[in-house]
Design a binder for this molecule. Structure first.
Ligand code: FPP
Length: 236
C-alpha cells in the first residue's frame, strides 16, 4: 500500500460468526466462543501496536439473553473467567477497562468483577477497552432520556439545557470519542443496535471472515480500508 496509513482513534467491532466458525469445523458453538475470546486478545494487542486509542467490542446484546440457556450459561462462564484472567494483564499493559451496558442483570459475582476491573484501571489513559455487555443501542438511549427527564423533574436542569453534549454525558461512552470505524465480521451488513447514537459518522466495514479467525493482519486490512475513506461529515 503506497498511501501512508490513516490510523483511526477509535475502532469498534461486532464480533460476529463464532457459531458459524465452529459449525464449519464440525465443532460445538461453545468452541467458537472460546476461540472468539482468543481472537479478542490478538485484536487488543494489534490495536495497541497500531496506536489506536480505543477499542470497543460487542460481546453480549440485550437480545442475546434469548439464546438457549446452555449457551448463555457458557458465555457467562467465559466472561467471568475473562474478567479474572485479564485482571493482571490489563493492569500490566495499562489498559483502561469499561463495561458498556446494564450490569445489573449479571450475577453478583460477575458484577463485582466488572466493577473491580473498572476501578483498578480507571486512571490509565493510553488505551481503552470497552466491552459492551447486556448492551442495546435503544436501551442506552432510553436510559439517557430517563436520567435527563429525572434531572428536569428535580429542577436540576431546564428543558432548554438539553443539547447533544448533555445527552452524550448520559451515554455509557461518556467522555469518549465516537468510533471512527465500525467493523462487523462474518459478512452481515447491519449494526444490530450497536452504538446507535455514537455511530452517526462512523465508517462501516464488513469483512467476510468469522471473528475467531480475526487477527493483526485483519486489523491492518481494516486500517488500509479506512485510509481509503473520505470522511466529510456532511460537508463537501
Ligand atoms: C456472535 O457470534 C458472538 C457472540 C454473541 C458472543 C461474543 C463473545 C465473544 C467473542 C467471546 C469473547 C468475549 C469476551 C468479553 C471474553 P454468534 O454466536 O452470533 O455467531 P453466529 O452468528 O455465527 O451464530
Amino acid at each position: 500500500m503506497d498511501q501512508e496509513l490513516k490510523i483511526p482513534e477509535h475502532i469498534a467491532i461486532i464480533m460476529d460468526g463464532n457459531g458459524r466458525w465452529a459449525k464449519s469445523k464440525g465443532l460445538p458453538r461453545s468452541v467458537g466462543h472460546t476461540n472468539g475470546a482468543k481472537a479478542l486478545q490478538r485484536v487488543v494487542e494489534a490495536c495497541k501496536k497500531y496506536n489506536i486509542k480505543t477499542l470497543t467490542v460487542f460481546a453480549f446484546s440485550t437480545e442475546n439473553w434469548g439464546r438457549p440457556k446452555e449457551e448463555v450459561d457458557f458465555l457467562m462462564n467465559l466472561f467471568s473467567r475473562y474478567l479474572t484472567n485479564q485482571f493482571d494483564k490489563l493492569i500490566e499493559n495499562k489498559i483502561k477497562f469499561n463495561v458498556l451496558g446494564d450490569k445489573s442483570r449479571f450475577s453478583p459475582e460477575i458484577q463485582e468483577k466488572m466493577i473491580k476491573l473498572e476501578n483498578a484501571t480507571k486512571d490509565f489513559n493510553e488505551f481503552t477497552l470497552n466491552v459492551a455487555m447486556n448492551y442495546g443501542g435503544h436501551a442506552e438511549i432510553v436510559k439517557a432520556t430517563k436520567e435527563i427527564a429525572q434531572e428536569v423533574k428535580e429542577g436540576k436542569i431546564a428543558v432548554e439545557d438539553i443539547n447533544e453534549e448533555l445527552f452524550e454525558n448520559h451515554l455509557y461512552t461518556k467522555g469518549q470519542s465516537a468510533p471512527d470505524l465500525i467493523i462487523r465480521t462474518s459478512g452481515e451488513q447491519r449494526l444490530s443496535g450497536f452504538l446507535l447514537w455514537q455511530s452517526s459518522y462512523s465508517e462501516l466495514y464488513f469483512p467476510k471472515i468469522h471473528f475467531p479467525d480475526f487477527d493483526e493482519e485483519q486489523i491492518k486490512l481494516a486500517i488500509e480500508e479506512y485510509t481509503k475513506r473520505d470522511r466529510r461529515y456532511g460537508k463537501v
